[in-house]
Ligand binder design. Structure first.
Ligand SMILES: *[C@@H]1O[C@H](CO)[C@@H](O)[C@H](O)[C@H]1NC(C)=O
Ligand SMILES: *[C@@H]1O[C@H](CO)[C@@H](O)[C@H](O)[C@H]1NC(C)=O
Ligand SMILES: *[C@@H]1O[C@H](CO)[C@@H](O)[C@H](O)[C@H]1NC(C)=O
Ligand SMILES: *[C@@H]1O[C@H](CO)[C@@H](O)[C@H](O)[C@H]1NC(C)=O
Ligand SMILES: *[C@@H]1O[C@H](CO)[C@@H](O)[C@H](O)[C@H]1NC(C)=O
Ligand SMILES: *[C@@H]1O[C@H](CO)[C@@H](O)[C@H](O)[C@H]1NC(C)=O
Ligand SMILES: *[C@@H]1O[C@H](CO)[C@@H](O)[C@H](O)[C@H]1NC(C)=O
Ligand SMILES: [Ca+2]
Length: 569
């Protein structure tokens, strides 16, 4: 179902999220849960009745909450999500399917929690029968409005008591509920996740009769930003955070989409490069220039920082030519500019679009429309009738200056999280053309210089893994399955919950056993289908190390690569 081509069915995500696991039954988890693992069958029958009675118990004990329902859902259930579970627009995005197969017995609790007189969140808690004692919050995608059910199913099946929220509104991918309501916006920026965590920990304790042992977070895209926000402002919320492709520098990222539109123009503009020209002419040219920099011709640009792509002269033809094998000089200029850093005047704003497959961008920022229009309409300008195509430098500056509730999420001092022993595992697809992977390097460097920490000191609590050949959060030509949830394949029975191969379980091991991940081994299945076998495995390195081919071994095997220090400027 999720072939490499599936990204062409993604309508307008821009930012997704992430989560999903399976069972990793290492001895430490057994000892952690020994006190409350369910063992006898009478206790198992109890689980069902406890689930039925929990609603009335919670209604009276959780402040500002209204329980919608609590239901026992058994493993193997094909759960159909109705419009009252999520806005219909959520279903258009594969991250939020209309149904999903439940992988473990859970008590599913749905509730509303008021966050102010004019705002509130809808959240769910999925409490697995086979609880490991761990708590976890999932995150959201793009501008929220959709509970990430796929991730809740994944993490609850791994034994985490899991929560997820709608990020403060039920409008799916529309930003209309932000209009003139800073409380809804505040929920979106940070309060939704934090409230879900506070309430979720409470529910967990009430349900199981014990406090959780450790607390985790798993998210990508907007979800990555939410994870960083928690670390920056609520350092007590989590012991371990997995932040994928984080959309921090949020305002600048909104500007960058608008800026890219200003370069491409609409599909009828002479500067516009149609998708077919990208796919048939430009992308092959990018690969021709950059694929073999890493020594292997495999469609994966291992380190795009080494790829300073400019269109080759032989793909550029004369103005007005209608050839299907070349682009016009004006289109070539567009290509060159989108792969250049974004400046307003002399001021650097945001990194370039990363050269690679750009297949995510083709559906989002290279469509000839403004991908961030919702943000400018409903937040920056409070004007639903705004024509986002007219935006320019003064609007971009205004957007940066507003920074509502510090949605930029770029605080350099995260010492409170570090000092309490928190661990941050961040990852970023090197083929991500929605959120520049360079942005993750910038944040890493910002924390490092702000806290005056060397790379090896950073390694104690903050590791950034650069995942080659991964698009935005999932998919791509590289070894992109890293247990990140979403569409990562972590089928029960597979070994992809091994901490060596799974970002979440690596974080659990780091937190609970002090064993930090050196590499994350990603897997690429043939046609992205587990049952067809493995096409490629690669151990991804932590920043700033670079994965380097030994020049002789089988390049599809991790042993033929090693993590080397980067010496270029
Ligand atoms: C519960 O988890 C343990 C390990 O934590 C595992 O051995 C066992 O098979 C699981 N039981 C069920 C019913 O999933
Ligand atoms: C689950 O149910 C949906 C309809 O709600 C159906 O389209 C889907 O094929 C079902 N999945 C499986 C695996 O049976
Ligand atoms: C309950 O909601 C009100 C706003 O409606 C808020 O002021 C108060 O802090 C909330 N209480 C808790 C415990 O969250
Ligand atoms: C939102 O607020 C702006 C000014 O702050 C006002 O012009 C506009 O009418 C308001 N829109 C709505 C829908 O209330
Ligand atoms: C190029 O093709 C388009 C439609 O395919 C046509 O409208 C246009 O006139 C052609 N231009 C030239 C210079 O042939
Ligand atoms: C944003 O962050 C700055 C600096 O950390 C702080 O002074 C300010 O109060 C924050 N603003 C909001 C709305 O949280
Ligand atoms: C993989 O997908 C391609 C294109 O869809 C198809 O031609 C090929 O047969 C598939 N390979 C396998 C092993 O299914
Ligand atoms: Ca390569």
């Amino acid at each position: 179902m999720f072939s490499r081509k599936r990204s062409s069915f993604i309508p307008v995500p821009l930012l997704l999220l992430a989560a999903r696991l399976s069972t990793s039954c290492t001895t430490y988890s057994s000892s952690l849960v020994a006190g409350h693992r369910v063992t006898s069958s009478s206790v198992e029958a109890d689980f069902d009745s406890k689930c039925s009675s929990i609603a009335s118990q919670l209604d009276s004990s959780i402040p500002n909450a209204t329980i919608r329902f609590a239901e026992f859902v058994t493993q193997g259930t094909n759960l159909t999500l109705t419009d009252s579970d999520q806005h219909p627009s959520c279903v258009a995005e594969p991250a939020f399917p209309g149904s999903l197969i439940i992988r473990a017995d859970v008590c599913r609790i749905s509730l509303d929690v008021q966050t102010s007189g004019r705002s509130g969140i809808r959240m769910e808690a999925w409490l697995p029968r086979n609880w490991t004692g761990r708590f976890l919050s999932t995150g959201n995608g793009w501008i929220g409005g959709c509970i990430q059910y796929v991730d809740m199913a994944y993490t609850s099946s791994l034994g985490f008591a899991t929560v997820g929220t709608n990020n403060g509104h039920d409008d799916g991918y529309s930003g209309r509920s932000f209009l003139n309501n800073s409380d809804v916006l505040e929920d979106f920026v940070y309060r939704s996740v934090h409230t879900g965590v506070v309430v979720g920990k409470d529910i967990t304790k009430t349900f199981y009769g014990n406090e959780h042992t450790k607390s985790y977070y798993l998210g990508c895209s907007t979800g990555g930003r939410q994870g960083l926000k928690s670390i920056q402002h609520f350092p007590e919320d989590f012991d371990g955070v997995v932040a994928g492709a984080p959309g921090n520098q949020w305002n600048k990222m909104m500007d960058a989409s608008s800026h890219i539109f200003s370069l491409t123009g609409t599909p009828d503009a002479p500067s516009f490069v149609p998708a077919e020209a990208w796919v048939n002419i430009v992308i092959p040219d990018i690969l021709k220039q950059c694929d073999t920099i890493d020594g292997v011709e495999d469609g994966v640009i291992e380190d795009p920082n080494l790829c300073n792509y400019v269109p080759s002269p032989d793909i550029v033809c004369l103005v007005d030519s209608n050839s299907t094998s070349c682009i016009t000089p004006e289109q070539a200029d567009t290509v060159r500019k989108v792969f250049s850093p974004f400046f307003i005047g002399d001021e650097f704003i945001y990194p370039r679009l990363v050269p690679g497959s750009v297949s995510d961008a083709l559906h989002v920022v290279l469509t000839g429309d403004v991908a961030s229009a919702e943000w400018f309409k409903f937040v920056v300008n409070s004007d639903p009738n705004l024509d986002a195509k007219t935006l320019g430098p003064s609007d971009w500056k205004k957007c940066i200056a507003q920074d509502p509730f510090n949605i930029s999420t770029f605080k350099g001092d995260i010492s409170a999280f570090k000092n309490r022993g928190g661990k941050l595992l961040s990852y970023h697809g090197q083929g991500d053309s929605l959120i520049s992977p360079e942005s993750s390097e910038m944040y890493y460097d910002h924390v490092s210089s702000n806290m005056d920490l060397s790379n090896s000191q950073m390694d104690d609590f903050y590791r950034l893994f650069r995942i080659s050949g991964m698009l935005h959060c999932f998919a791509g030509p590289g070894a992109w399955n890293v247990g990140q949830g979403l569409f990562g394949d972590t089928s029960p029975g597979s070994d992809y919950t091994d901490p060596e191969k799974n970002v979440l379980m690596a974080t659990v091991r780091w937190v609970e056993e002090g064993m930090a991940p050196e590499t994350i081994e990603g897997t690429k299945f043939v046609n992205d289908t587990n049952s067809l076998g493995i096409e490629l495995s690669r151990k991804h390195c932590r920043f700033p190390l670079r994965n380097t081919y030994d020049g002789i071994g089988d390049s599809t095997k991790p042993e033929s690569w090693s993590c080397q220090p980067v010496s270029d400027p």
